[in-house]
Ligand binder design. Structure first.
Ligand code: IFM
Length: 822
């Protein structure tokens, strides 16, 4: 343990040293109102859209010691002496006698002891509310009475986050603050830009009366703003804040809340509230959360939500770090990525041209749907509504307006390359996974309009969800290049390879193959036999093309350029092999046995490192506009030979399809952030969630993680662990239990809730094999195969025995579709 430890019983990670290598953050609330809270109490909050409705000014690029968005001070009068403490460590940086930040499920609890004062602050957002609560308890440990004043501080952003950063004229002339007096001596300090004065406004309030307040940063810091956050002039002087209602400038909210004289050993409590609401509602919100019982009840409801969410899948295996991730931290990250997409993190700033991605969210849904099926369905509907009538999809949408655009491809408009060749295909897997999870086949008949830009929604062409899926596959079938391989478009999953002209993508071919298998399975289940035949034939045809032109001798190539050049071939000095071409050829069921083994072995030999599998290699060593964005990174960084974690679980899944459970688990473990906890200075980022990337071995900082939280890694690693390594996966006709585990494990157990029933699954592995179910009993009755028919209610005991025959499998031959199921 360097900076903290996992407290699995309380489902928390506990940070014990505030000087972590980067800010380690947590999510509170949701996109409707919420954001990130770091381990030193700073918060980046927004309501509905982080670019268009930002609340706090949190600038990740500022040094860690800086004030970011929100903080808290205590002013302590001890006899004649007045001292100022910041219980979140920053910005005063006073030595802490003790420090603890409990990173919980949608809450952060920071407890410190500084100069004989113990402060515990629980930060969370009640479900469905637009207010962040800070439940503050202060205990006097000094051995004599002291007078305590609590001073929460917020630095506001203009709601237009980009303008805040780019306009230092209009923004400060429009920002204003105003006192709103409330019952029982309470107040709320309102803040808004002039043009929004009659809309929802920001407010800072407290459950207790406020002695004085400040809304002008200059006055708070003092000395013409040569005062600092570490030692704000207004607090150092010991007097009252100026009660200024700012009419311009850099607006803050600071409330001095008197707690009176606190006897030695006594604890005092207050709740502060930072929200956004219409003026007339604010008094009700403040009154409600001034009642400690309401605060406790709201906190309890959050716990209930997470209890329900996590209870759909719980496991006990011989690997404690695996269990910590699968039972707590990975599903939490899945839920956050499903909610936030790539919209707001320490790295994704939610400003400008980045919306909710069609590709990203389709994948996120697959990780978050088991715990939150209604939210998943709602997101699927939104995604389907930006699919175009021709079957392709817009790249992203903006949730506040549901306007959609083509992302970076917008720049290529003139060249007619407005489409990403992969986007629309992801929705096929996402919808099919949802159907298997929920059994909600009525969703297939739901009518959803296609995206037709300026045409009003009610005049747009509509189609059933099933029609949407069919059109997605048809678009790719129609749009192939001269090798018969699907067109790349602006890019495929790898956003950064942007090739000119009609380049082709082997990845898109494989994603199409997976989609075809999904629809084949679905149609077979629905009894649509003519469609089964059609999709099987399309799959065979594309598989033949991939194997005809895509095999390089030891592995599959990745792209065909219009010029005839091939990328991802042994002929290339740089980018000679790409991971995704290998894993996806197996996932699609295209790779025959010997090619599957050879391709995955090539990944192991050429791209695997002790910190994870690189996306490609060797890295491109100079900018090449013909290849695109990937060459803007130095070798070893991000998509250019970096360890791009999102791709790692695809290799794990492919390995389980070959029955190689030892290797699949080795790949799982080497990127498990919980396993980096004791040696984290190199990794730097949070040990309780997956980052998007780790610098590869061509980079001098090999092993450094970046872009934590919002990454497709969350969904896919969860799927790899639960559905493929532990092997418990819903299919259309039953719950499949077909593990592929390390041979060192003697067994494991899983509790899985699905479609109204609960299954207690115990797997034993007496022969220490990787895979192969030789015995399966449900409620004491033996069953052939690996698929347990669904029950609609009740608790059911399942005993599974693994045994010898499953040593190495024939890829693609054991089941029908492996993204769905092998
Ligand atoms: O697939 C993309 C994703 O959509 C955004 N982040 C990078 C990934 C790989 O390029």
């Amino acid at each position: 343990m360097k900076y903290g430890f996992f407290d699995n019983d309380r489902r928390e990670y506990v940070i014990t040293d505030p000087r972590t290598p980067t800010k380690w953050v947590n999510y509170v609330g949701c996109l409707a109102f919420g954001g990130i809270v770091d381990h030193t109490g700073g918060a980046l909050l927004c309501a509905g859209d982080p670019g268009l409705n930002r609340i706090t000014k949190y600038i990740p690029q500022m040094p860690a010691s800086e004030f970011k968005g929100t903080t808290l001070y205590l002013r302590v009068r001890d006899g004649d002496e007045v001292s100022v403490i910041s219980p979140f460590f920053t910005p005063c940086l006073d030595p802490c006698d003790s420090y603890e930040c409990r990173v919980g499920l949608s809450y952060q609890k920071i407890t410190t002891e500084i100069a004989g004062i113990r402060t515990e602050v629980t930060i969370f957002i009640p479900a469905g509310e637009a207010v962040e609560l800070r439940d503050i308890r202060v205990t006097n440990l000094r051995g004599r009475p002291v007078e305590i004043e609590i001073v929460p501080v917020v630095e506001y952003s203009h709601f237009d986050a980009l303008k805040q950063l780019t306009n230092a004229d209009w923004v400060p002339q429009t920002m204003m603050s105003e006192k709103l007096s409330l019952k029982y001596g309470r107040m709320a300090l309102l803040q808004y830009p002039f043009l929004r004065k009659d809309d929802a406004v920001n407010f800072l309030s407290a459950s207790r009366p406020v002695n004085s307040f400040e809304s002008d940063r200059k006055a708070f810091l003092g000395d013409n703003e040569y005062g600092t956050w570490a030692c704000p002039g207004a607090l150092a002087e010991g007097g009252r804040l100026s009660n200024c209602e700012a009419r311009r400038g850099d607006n803050i909210g600071a409330l001095a809340i008197g707690m009176g004289s606190v006897a030695s050993g006594d604890e005092v409590r207050t709740v502060t509230m930072l929200g956004q609401d219409r003026r007339e509602r604010i008094p009700f919100v403040v009154e409600k959360y001034s009642d400690p019982a309401e605060v406790d009840a709201a906190f309890g409801r959050l716990a209930d939500f997470w209890q329900e969410n996590l209870s759909v899948f719980q496991c006990e295996t011989p690997d404690a770090e695996f269990d910590a991730m699968v039972n707590i931290h990975n599903p939490r990250q899945c839920y956050m990525t499903m909610n936030w997409s790539r919209y707001l993190s320490l790295y994704q700033l939610g400003i400008g041209t980045r919306g909710i991605g069609f590709r990203d969210s389709s994948q996120d849904v697959m990780g978050g749907m088991a715990g939150a099926p209604s939210e998943a369905k709602e997101l699927l509907r939104k995604l389907l509504s930006i699919q175009k009538p021709d079957g392709s999809a817009m790249h992203q949408f903006y949730p506040a307006t549901m306007h959609a655009d083509c992302g970076d491809a917008e720049e290529e408009k003139e060249k007619g390359k407005l489409v990403y060749g992969d986007d629309h295909l992801w929705i096929v897997s996402a919808v099919c996974a949802f159907l298997k999870e929920t059994g909600d086949y009525g969703f297939l008949d739901e009518e959803i309009s296609f995206y037709e830009g300026a045409i009003p929604i009610d005049e747009r062409e509509g189609g059933s969800v099933f029609d949407h899926l069919q059109r997605a596959l048809e678009w790719t079938k129609r749009n192939v290049g001269r090798h018969g391989i699907p067109l790349l478009g602006y890019a495929d999953w790898n956003d950064t390879v942007n090739l000119p002209g009609d380049a082709e993508s082997l990845f898109n071919a494989c994603l199409y193959g997976v989609g075809l298998r999904e629809l084949t399975d679905l149609c077979r289940f629905l009894g649509k036999r003519d469609l089964v035949a059609r999709y099987e034939s399309d799959h065979a045809e594309m598989g033949a093309r991939v194997n005809g032109v895509g095999w390089d001798g030891e592995w599959y190539v990745r792209y065909f350029m219009e010029s005839g050049e091939v990328l991802g071939s042994s002929d290339n000095a740089h980018g000679a092999i790409y991971t995704n071409a290998q894993s996806w050829a197996v996932l699609a069921g295209f790779a025959p046995d010997e090619r599957a083994l050879s391709a995955l072995d090539a990944v192991n030999e050429r791209l695997n490192t002790r910190f994870g599998i690189k996306l490609s290699g060797p890295g491109y060593n100079a900018y090449d506009p013909e290849i695109g964005g990937v060459t803007t990174y130095p070798p070893g960084a991000k998509e250019n030979g970096g360890i791009f974690l999102h791709s790692n679980p695809w290799v794990m899944i492919a390995e389980t399809m070959l029955g190689r459970g030892d290797r699949a688990f080795e790949y799982y473990s080497q990127i498990n952030p919980a396993k980096r906890n004791d040696d984290i200075d190199l990794f730097e980022v949070e040990p309780y969630c997956y980052p998007q990337n780790i610098l590869g071995d061509e980079h001098p900082q090999f092993g450094l993680g970046r872009n934590s939280w919002l990454s497709g890694t969350a969904s896919w690693t969860y799927q790899a662990a639960t559905r493929f390594i532990l092997g418990v996966r819903p299919a259309h006709d039953g719950l499949v239990i077909d593990p592929c585990i390390p041979s060192a494990w003697d067994g494991f157990s899983v509790t899985r809730k699905v479609r109204g029933a609960t299954y207690h699954i115990r797997v034993s592995n007496p022969g220490r094999v990787n895979s192969g179910v030789v015995g399966l009993a449900i409620d004491g009755k033996q069953l052939d195969g690996t698929c347990v028919p669904y029950f609609t209610s009740g608790e059911h005991e399942i005993e599974v025995t693994l045994g010898e025959f499953g040593a190495v499998r024939e890829p693609g031959s054991t089941h029908s579709s492996e993204m769905a199921v092998r």
